[in-house]
Design a protein around this ligand. Structure first.
Ligand SMILES: [Zn+2]
Ligand SMILES: [Zn+2]
Length: 420
């Protein structure tokens, strides 16, 4: 109604106000937008502003709904009724056409009384019934309505559904044809009632470039990787894959042009013997990785580089290098294995220690061996399955290295990031 998406050359989209309601102030629209720009990430303020008048509603709706990223673990608890209201609003056509990013991390201990750990985190209305099916239905209606969606990440932690489940059926009915990223991890379905291969056979998946699909480790959901071999259109543009135990991952690496790989198990970065076959797949498939994230990647490279360096020679972004003792000699020993990787731009360490600086001689050695290196992430001790606890980043300008504290960054974000 008020916001209109315009498609331009190169598939870029812009959003402009095409029929704003009358401006109640004497200031031009551009000035009003400039005034509120610094506050566009202040959700509560925007909600209040949107209630003032239709003009402000028009201004704030785009900022509120264009990119929705909710992590129930990190944000203050969101009552279930608020989540249901949000889901309902996403089906309103005026809102639907605004939303391009939807990232939801649903923590069941904040959503379902059957899984609740801390009573004070439960919504305040005293409702103690499980509403996980209702939440799934409401989210499902939103997902099937969002036809402009470009990035979808849904981490489901609804309560276990002991029945043959119809949950998440909407993921096979996405309406967007702009989808570039599809990330879904379910931790609730034990027996799936529907054929989850429908997720990848729908048209919405064809243009996806970054793909991650994980079901709960307790269950095998029917998904025949043969479908990927038979139909080369499916995920034909994929470059980024979350490689887990599911058989479709192996086939995707073999048959698609994957250059960015994250190896995970049950939602966490992993180095496990069951992934040992991956190197042979990379080698025989002729893959040349640019981004590679795995738990204890140094151990992996130690063995793999001696077998065949070609899948890794082009690596630009690499993590995480495990350092048991945060001392210069130990770190220097850990980075020796990286010597053949001359194109490295970004490197991440996990130090099993308290937060500590990166010794100067380590930076000097890294700079000499890896002339392209611009960024080094450090995280320490705490290992969180959902979010690698990146706390410090060192950045190089010319020959000078400086560091700063940063907010936690998920490894998937680092691998997805362009130019990092
Ligand atoms: Zn529940
Ligand atoms: Zn689920």
């Amino acid at each position: 109604m008020f916001w209109k998406r315009k498609k331009q050359a190169g598939n870029e989209h812009t959003v402009t106000i095409v029929s704003p309601p009358s401006n109640p102030t004497v200031l031009p629209d551009e000035i009003i937008l400039e005034i509120f720009q610094p506050l566009r990430s202040e959700g509560r303020f925007l909600i209040k502003l949107s209630q003032v008048c239709r003009y402000f509603l028009c201004i704030t709706e785009f900022w509120l709904y264009n990119s929705i990223q909710i992590d129930l673990e990190r944000h203050p608890p969101i009552p279930r009724r608020a989540l249901l209201r949000l889901s309902a609003s996403l089906t309103v056509p005026r809102i639907t056409r605004i939303v391009t990013v939807l990232h939801l991390y649903l923590a069941n201990w904040l959503l379902c009384p059957q899984r609740i750990i801390a009573n004070n985190l439960m919504e305040q209305d005293g409702d103690t019934t499980c509403r996980c099916d209702e939440i799934d239905d409401a989210l499902g209606s939103a997902l099937t309505a969002l036809d402009q969606l470009e990035s979808l990440r849904l981490y489901c932690n609804l309560c276990y559904d002991p029945r043959t489940s119809n949950r998440h059926r909407s993921l096979a009915r996405l309406s967007s044809r702009q989808l570039k990223e599809f990330v879904f991890r379910c931790n609730c379905v034990i027996l799936c009632k529907w054929n989850s291969s429908e997720i990848v056979t729908q048209d919405a998946i064809n243009e996806v470039e970054a793909f991650s699909l994980e079901w709960t480790v307790r269950v095998k959901v029917p998904f025949h990787p043969r479908i990927l071999q038979q139909n080369s259109k499916i995920l034909k543009n994929i470059t980024t894959l979350n490689y887990n135990r599911a058989p479709h991952c192996k086939v995707l690496v073999e048959t698609r042009s994957i250059t960015r790989l994250v190896v995970s198990f049950a939602g966490a970065l992993a180095y496990r013997p069951e992934f040992d076959g991956l190197h042979d797949i990379l080698s025989t498939s002729g893959r040349h990785l640019t981004h590679f994230y795995m738990g204890d990647v140094g151990n992996w490279l130690q063995r793999s580089l001696s077998l065949d360096i070609s899948p890794y020679r082009t690596l630009e972004v690499l993590g995480v290098l495990l350092v048991p003792v945060w001392q210069a000699d130990v770190i220097l020993h850990a980075v020796e294995v990286l010597s053949p990787l001359k194109l490295l731009r970004t490197l991440e360490f996990l130090g099993q220690t308290e937060r500590s600086p990166l010794p100067g001689d380590v930076l000097q050695t890294l700079t000499e061996r890896h002339p392209q290196l611009q960024k080094v992430y450090l995280q320490f001790s705490v290992w969180r399955p959902q979010s690698a606890a990146v706390e410090v980043v060192w950045e190089r300008e010319e020959s000078d290295w400086t560091f700063r504290d940063i907010e936690t960054i998920h490894w998937w974000d680092i691998v997805r990031k362009v130019g990092d």
